[in-house]
Design a protein around this ligand. Sequence first.
Ligand code: PSU
Ligand code: MN
Length: 309
Amino acid sequence: MVIVKNSSLRYGAEVADALRDGLPVVALESTIISHGLPHPDNIRVAGEIEDAVRATGAVPATIGMIGGELVVGLDAAQISHLASADDVAKLSVRDLAVAAARRADGATTVAATSAVAAAAGIGVFATGGLGGVHREANITFDESADLTTLARTPIVVVCAGVKSILDVPATLERMETLGVTVVGYRTRRFPGFFITDSGYELDWSVDSPEQIAEMAAAQAALGATLGATVVANPLPVDEQLDIALHDRTLADGLALLERDKITGKAVTPFLLSYFHSATDGASLATNVRIILRNATLAGQIAVAAAKRS
Ligand code: PSU
Ligand code: MN
């Protein structure tokens, strides 16, 4: 399903060449850089994510909006701008046209990035964690547009599950309803982002990048579903955040959210930044590790997929 037209996109030179030549390309989102990680670490991390993709032999395509244009393959100066400026908008799919008309600079979420990547013909996308169903969504109706967009966007998304700030079982149920495929990477347990195991079971596990590439090819051949395939890649147990620290920070963060009446698109950035300051940077280091591991796996999948064609 077309959410964004390819003809509306601008391409970085390296990404344009790679796509034309059928080389492996991995899409990367910019909201984790602008709104998910603190400045100035975010600039360094954005470079490290791209390096992790390159180390696998794939070409990174960081996606965002500059001056109202959606760019596939932002250059270093553009990434650094999105990582530093105060007026960078967080753009989900519904924000794209408004921001384009205003010639805005903006960072794309998982939803907007996957829509753009699919339009560009990029089959693999790496991020940290997906948006999902928020706690008390039964009252607030707060469910990320990441889910409904992934339901109609054919792309492989590598993530470490969804953050425990969300309602994890409700998010898994919604992905089932929406027809979003979820497979664990070498596990049948859904990861809990900072934590290796969220406590919830998955139906499928895959063992190698080649197997994931085969699955994506099978989906394209079937043509039966247009939805995304989420590859849930857990942190090794010895790299997860201390569980007691995690649980304490989460409880405190959720209480602050309520006290300060923070709602809507500000919820995710608020909780992330609370986690990073309240854990004295421990959650930040974990977060970075997650993203780099996902970038590596996504690169390997893109390389395996390019070998098939
Ligand atoms: N999860 C993270 N870090 C992030 C996000 C999610 O671990 O930075 C960002 C992603 O860009 C995701 C967005 O698409 O938050 C979801 O926001 P919302 O819940 O407002 O849809
Ligand atoms: Mn929301």
